[in-house]
Design a protein around this ligand. Structure first.
Ligand SMILES: *[C@@H]1O[C@H](CO)[C@@H](O)[C@H](O)[C@H]1NC(C)=O
Ligand SMILES: *[C@@H]1O[C@H](CO)[C@@H](O)[C@H](O)[C@H]1NC(C)=O
Length: 423
């Protein structure tokens, strides 16, 4: 397709999207020029936030990060570290946003023990010639009775996306032993996962039509699906308990527009799924026995939400992209552009707090208050934790908060290192 044709199609789709999706499209299609260099809710940005890198600056373009906890016999966390999934080759191989130029250079997993230098995790036993482009990942807590934790990683391999299973031991956390590859026609566009046991998980699928489709279809259908926010993504529950059998996939949340991050609340009763293109978080009540989900609330976000993580107190930390075209421009190597970052917490409100901060005043003091973009949803308090025009930290894709220390960690899809903000 000629670039001028592509541009005409994109412009037409954008116009249609603004008309069809109203507020949610305006939030991410119209630029917000007054984003700050960096804003941190708990203190001055430069005094409290800094970017952690490894010595050779290989830990970059990280899409996801999770806490890996070590628990004692009662299940209480006694220690925790961070695991990150990064792919410095993302600009040459990105099955979600493009391009599909070169799948050869492998991405990597990283281990970060707070305060120490990040360490690359060696993938032991990983098949020669098998691609590694990690996206969503999750790891089971390290138990006193179990020598290993199971780690599952979405892998955007050249011939189709897979899920790689590894084991990781607390004594040698910089070595992951490869166990097996889950593959099959069910894995259309896997994005993010959240473990429900050592061998089962919720899994989101961001698109029905992917860039892997041949020719002009792969160039137009996924773009139309994204820009029009068509509800063609979904979430499944995957059971991979039997090591010798194919995993069993059950759809638990159909028809989600660009289903992206997924997270389970600490008490196991709720699941949150990010709908990236509709700019909202879907909260589901969860039946822990059947893994069934039923939609209980939709909370709009002032940006396109990417990954989600509940902190230990039950606040959902949401990172995302406030300006769609900037992320696309960065993915396309355009010079002089930077994708802004925004991280919020969404906390269910107790009855007493209900109604607090109604009206125009909420988020006063935040450079770009969420109140300018989204209405308040009764029962949920949304609060900005971090904001940047991209010059301090760009393209935020995951935010995690340690509920004990209050420390906020952020990774960025096209950014180097790990942002750490300490209150
Ligand atoms: C962007 O640049 C990288 C090299 O830095 C290259 O591999 C990739 O193909 C480029 N992407 C596009 C869309 O041109
Ligand atoms: C991808 O598929 C092609 C054709 O089916 C095959 O030749 C090739 O070995 C596969 N590559 C990988 C990395 O699996």
């Amino acid at each position: 397709m000629k670039p001028s044709h592509t541009w005409a199609i994109v412009t037409a789709l954008l116009g249609f999207a603004l008309w069809r999706n109203g507020r949610s499209s305006r939030n991410i299609l119209l630029p917000t020029p007054d984003f700050p260099h960096g804003y941190y809710a708990e203190g001055s940005h430069n005094g409290h936030c800094s970017v952690v890198k490894d010595a050779s600056n290989d830990m970059k373009f990280c899409e996801d990060a999770v806490f890996w906890e070590r628990v004692d016999g009662s299940g209480a966390a006694v220690n925790k570290v961070l695991l990150l999934s990064c792919d410095p080759n993302r600009k040459a191989w990105n099955t979600v946003m493009g391009p599909l130029h070169d799948p050869n250079p492998r991405g990597a997993l990283w281990f970060y023990d707070m305060g120490a230098e990040p360490r690359r995790i060696a993938l032991e036993g990983y098949p020669e010639g098998h691609d590694f482009h990690p996206l969503g990942l999750d790891v089971y807590p390290s138990q006193p009775s179990q020598p290993y934790s199971n780690l599952f990683v979405v892998n955007h391999a050249r011939n189709g996306s897979t899920i790689e299973q590894f084991t990781l031991s607390w004594d040698a956390p910089d070595r992951a032993r490869w166990v097996r590859t889950l593959s099959g026609p069910e894995l259309v566009a896997p994005n993010s996962l959240a473990l429900t046991s050592p061998t089962s998980f919720y899994l989101t699928h961001d698109h029905r039509f992917t860039r892997r489709l041949p020719g002009v279809l792969g160039k137009t259908l996924p773009l139309a699906e994204s820009i029009l926010a068509l509800p063609l993504g979904w979430a499944t529950h995957v059971n991979a308990e039997d090591p010798d059998a194919e995993a069993a996939h059950t759809t638990v949340a159909p028809y989600v527009a660009f289903a992206n991050g997924v997270a389970i609340s600490p008490d196991g009763t709720q699941v949150a799924v990010a709908s990236t293109t509709l700019c909202e978080i879907l909260f589901y009540a969860r039946d822990p026995h059947t893994q069934a989900l039923s939609l209980s609330a939709r909370v709009p976000t002032p940006f396109a939400p990417d990954n989600l993580v509940f902190d230990a107190r039950g606040a959902l930390i949401v990172a995302g992209h406030p300006h769609f075209q900037s992320v696309v421009a960065v993915a396309e190597n355009r010079t002089g552009v930077s994708a802004p970052s925004w991280v919020v917490s969404i906390t269910p409100e107790s009855g007493a707090e209900h109604g607090k901060g109604e009206g125009a005043a909420w988020e006063a003091g935040v450079p770009v208050p969420a109140s300018r973009k989204v209405p308040r949803v009764p029962g949920y308090e949304l609060r900005t934790l971090y904001q940047s025009d991209g010059s301090a930290f760009s393209s935020s894709s995951t935010g995690l908060r340690d509920a004990e220390t209050g420390v906020l960690y952020i990774v960025g899809l096209y950014e180097e290192g790990l942002m750490v903000c300490t209150p």
